[in-house]
Design a protein around this ligand. Sequence first.
Ligand code: ZN
Length: 179
Amino acid sequence: MTHAHEESRDPERSQLEQNQDDLWMELAIEQARLAEKSGEVPVGAVLIKDGMLLAKGHNRNLLDSDPTAHAEIVVLREAAAKIGNYRLGGCELFVTIEPCSMCAGAVMHARLDRVIYGAGDPKAGAAGSVLQILNHPKLNHTLEVRPGVLAEKCSDILKTFFQSRRKAQEQTQQAQEEE
Ligand code: ZN
């Protein structure tokens, strides 16, 4: 299956900048894989300022027993604490999946410059898939949103994770039925 239609190539941006985006997204993907190892839904994120890595992280809902511990929130908190300011102007957030409404809300509060995400999320995405919180015309902050960066790779990690979780659940069910 190809997701070529999800790939966004902005002619305004140079090839070099797009390649740089790919590299940061690879780091976010690395974080998603770490999440998977902990049994978390594999979503990873990195936060960049002036071409420097400020924070990296992944979903930690189970690890921290925290419903708000999505990858985006984890890196926003870490970056804000690091620079001692809850406003993160000039920063770019890379995340492997389209932010949900909670994370998109936090992004708007933090006044980020750019959000770059991998796979779209037709179930919870708040960059337009389900809701539009990022760049909502009635909110007083606008930022650049670039979807579809390494989208296929990002969504494959999630697909594989949910497939194997479903399989494990089926096996447990079967075992219970046989008892
Ligand atoms: Zn979220």
